[in-house]
Design a protein around this ligand. Structure first.
Ligand SMILES: C[S@@+](CC[C@H](N)C(=O)[O-])C[C@H]1O[C@@H](n2cnc3c(N)ncnc32)[C@H](O)[C@@H]1O
Length: 230
């Protein structure tokens, strides 16, 4: 009996640790743990993700370019840019002639982003900062994106409010909604499609809608209303 109790306790503790550190990437242990985990795994990130350039251009960049087509020299902010996925693929698109700012809390992730974005010179810049204190004035960006990261922030609401604050009236926000079985393991943080869309609308966005994207994530778009248009 004694051994069974030890084995069961060990198994439960192992599962709990797995959930805390791997499944939910430290979010229930605080921002420092999340960022530390990204710092120590940054060198493996692109290898694990294996982004497929054609799929990224078609399913991610093309819909953004459609929304930016009326904007002559768009200014884009990518929150939690990681190793520079979105800036890299956007700046590679021949029809994009704007600039991209990538922001992330992990210095190591940004180090890999800097290498990737070097060929684009002054069209890409990187900032180390947390998502709920964006170091920008209000109404600056034509497009704000945040991919595969909201669920790791201490408060997704605080970060979304900041993203909306720095977005120009009429500008587009693209964020991702964690879904699937793993999404539901973010206990107390998971929102289904309706809840997520309602949340963005309650924060002041209009034309909110969801596009199914990857196995674990939907893309969710919204527009900041033009003053006088609400
Ligand atoms: C799964 S990665 C996504 C990176 C990139 N957006 C992509 O799609 O490849 C999550 C990123 O969020 C960043 N991050 C986590 N918490 C953060 C916070 N509070 N503020 C800013 N960045 C944060 C991590 O450092 C990491 O680079």
């Amino acid at each position: 009996m004694h051994w069974i109790a030890i084995i069961l306790t060990t198994a439960v503790l192992a599962l709990l640790l797995y959930w805390l550190l791997i499944t939910t990437e430290g979010v229930y242990l605080g921002r420092r743990v999340v960022v530390w985990l990204y710092d120590i795994t940054a060198h493996k990130y692109d290898g694990i993700k294996e982004f497929e350039p054609d799929a990224e251009q078609f399913f991610l960049i093309r819909p953004l370019l459609v929304r930016l087509r009326q904007v002559p020299n768009p200014l884009v902010l990518d929150v939690a840019t990681g190793t520079g996925r979105l800036p890299g693929f956007l700046l590679e698109a021949p029809t994009f002639n704007g600039r991209v700012v990538g922001l992330d809390a992990s210095g190591k992730m940004l180090g890999f982003a800097a290498e990737k974005l070097r060929p684009f010179g002054h069209r890409a810049s990187l900032v180390q900062q947390v998502a709920d204190k964006l170091p920008f004035a209000a109404n600056q960006f034509d497009l704000v994106t945040c991919l595969e990261a909201l669920e790791f922030f201490p408060s997704d609401t605080a970060a979304l409010q900041e993203m909306i604050r720095v977005l120009k009236p009429g500008g587009t926000l693209l964020v991702t909604r964690r879904k699937g079985t793993e999404g539901k393991l973010f206990v107390g943080r998971y929102r289904n499609v309706q809840q997520f869309e309602a949340h963005l609308a309650a924060l002041g966005l209009e034309e909110v809608h969801t596009n199914p994207w990857q196995l674990d994530y939907d893309q969710v778009f919204g527009k900041k209303p033009v003053i006088g248009n609400r």
